[in-house]
Design a protein around this ligand. Structure first.
Ligand code: KIV
Ligand code: ZN
Length: 519
């Protein structure tokens, strides 16, 4: 039973890998999900919802593999209120040291009538059946009433009481469509705590969507009213306008202890790293003025603010950049640094690579040091991420030359690509240098995938900064995000395109698209 001892502790339930992945285009492959899960565990997330196992082979595998690797956090699999879904979730979390089944059903009049086409008494029976069935596999069962904020209170109380009687240890109230206002949502939690007789046998949780931009405010109002689990995602990723952003919820609790004396287990210094990882993998950039993790969140532009900051940082900063892991990008190593110092530095910034990966990364570091005088932590992160994603690739960029400029002739690209061990070359023109280079790749490796996103981000400042490029391709309902980093933006672009194609090839081999079932 997961009812906690500290009454002011708020459980952080991260659903980046499940609800977050339901953002159109934010697909992640297995390796990427594992990397994110490891970062989530490292940062002290209590529960990681790793997927919806019945939804696809890929989702099942993700929950299953995360269950094998994660030891500290609870690993959770989502299931509708059917035995087939629950069997699949139970199978997926079997290897977990601490596994949870999260089962849900809609309870609002609108959803019951039009979506489920079920009478309320049938929904009520399904609540009891699904929760008691899930309890056969694990002691840790969470039950959610989908569209909770639009559910009639009497019916919600009956269902919650029945779910707890059937063995649910967490009761989650979702604001599925992001409709609630903070005072209303807090009042729902208060109402449940006052009216459901066995409510003290479960933790009350909330899961807020951001359709009106209120997901974080609603989550905090619920905590004030007595909720002790918040479901959230890194960068607020999630269906439609997304879910409550974890970094905002956690930093609001940390910063406003005077008004909200609640604790979490989060090591907030890992926030920036997690945010960057999720944004790089999904290709969902973070808006510059986004709270906590936006590029401008700790920047001070106006003279008056800068003057205040120099006199006392608290004049314009309510939390320190260090508290979210945003240290001034440090100058790290130089051209003459040795392998040992390099490995130590990698450990310091959170990478524990095996000998082979270290060797590859070290060689690339030396190459980079030849081109770029100053190498910062962020350069190293981009470089290592770039090396890690390129293992076992079938397609590989060998060389690239581009001709472009103000002359009135079309830009031209010459590329050599290794395709299954064989080097092939070609020339192509295009509307611009990127178009010409991508046309070359299409000629060398014909495919039907369509380009949905091309995005460039500078890793550090200055004209010699590495460019980090994301390319999103879609083919037959399958979406992949490829990444590439290099001091040459064109090289980074082709690497990202080739990386996306490699991922697509893997998806084709594995067959099934990563479809998401309708909830
Ligand atoms: O938004 C929602 O209602 C959900 C449930 C499955 C918890 O994601
Ligand atoms: Zn949701």
């Amino acid at each position: 039973m997961s009812v906690q001892t500290d009454p002011n502790h708020v459980v952080i339930f991260d659903t980046t890998l499940r609800d977050g992945e339901q953002s159109p285009g934010a697909s992640m492959n297995l390796d990427e999900k594992i990397r994110i899960a490891q970062v989530l565990e490292e940062m002290g997330v209590d529960v990681i919802e790793a997927g919806f196992p019945i939804a696809s082979e890929g989702d099942f595998k993700a929950v299953n593999e995360v269950s094998k690797i994660v030891t500290e956090s609870v690993v959770c699999g989502l299931a509708r209120a059917t035995r087939m879904d629950i069997d699949r979730a139970a199978e997926a979390i079997k290897p977990a040291r601490r596994g949870r089944i999260h089962t849900f059903i809609s309870t609002s009049p609108l959803h019951m009538k039009h979506k489920l086409q079920m009478e309320p008494h049938k929904v009520y029976e399904a609540v009891i059946d699904s929760v008691s069935y899930a309890r056969k596999f694990t002691d840790d069962v969470e039950w959610s009433c989908e569209d909770g904020s639009r559910t009639e209170h009497d019916f919600m109380c009956r269902c919650v009481e029945a779910a707890i009687d059937a063995g649910a240890t967490t009761i989650n109230i979702p604001d599925t469509v992001g409709y609630a206002l903070p005072d209303e949502f807090g009042a729902i939690i208060e109402m449940l705590l006052n009216r459901v007789p066995n409510i003290d046998h479960a933790i009350v949780s909330v899961h807020c969507h951001n359709d009106l931009g209120l997901a974080v405010a609603n989550s905090l109002a619920a905590v004030r009213a007595g909720a002790r689990q918040v479901e959230c995602t890194i960068n607020g990723l999630g269906e439609r306008a997304g879910n409550a952003a974890m970094e905002e919820v956690v930093m609001a609790l940390r910063t406003r202890q005077n008004s909200m004396p609640y604790s979490t287990s989060l090591v907030t210094e890992h926030i920036t790293k997690a945010s960057r990882l999720v944004s790089t993998i999904t290709g969902f950039g973070v808006q510059p003025n986004k709270a906590i993790v936006g590029a401008n969140a700790f920047a001070h532009e106006s003279g008056i603010h800068q003057d205040g900051m120099l006199k006392n940082a608290q004049t314009y900063e309510i939390m320190t950049p260090e508290s979210v892991g945003l240290n001034k990008s440090k100058l790290v190593l130089g051209k003459h640094s040795g392998r040992h110092a390099f490995r130590e530095k990698l450990r310091e910034i959170g990478y524990d690579l095996d000998d082979n990966a270290t060797q590859t990364a070290f060689k690339r570091f030396k190459d980079l040091a030849d081109i770029k005088k100053e190498i910062f932590d962020d350069d190293l992160i981009a470089l290592v991420d770039d090396a890690v994603i390129r293992t076992n690739d079938r397609l590989r960029l060998v060389s690239l030359e581009i001709l472009c400029g103000t002359a009135h002739r079309p830009p031209k690209a010459s590329i050599e690509l290794e395709v299954d061990g064989e080097i092939q070359g070609c020339n192509a023109t295009g509307d611009g240098p990127v178009d010409a280079a991508f046309n070359c790749v299409k000629t060398l490796f014909p495919h039907r995938a369509r380009l949905h996103l091309y995005q460039v981000h500078a890793v550090t400042q200055g004209t010699d900064a590495q460019a980090e490029v994301t390319v999103r391709l879609a083919e037959d309902g399958k979406t992949v995000n490829g990444q590439g980093a290099d001091t040459d933006t064109m090289v980074a672009s082709v690497k990202a395109y080739v990386n996306a194609l490699n991922k697509l090839l893997l998806k084709r081999e594995r067959g099934k698209p990563n479809q998401v079932l309708s909830k």
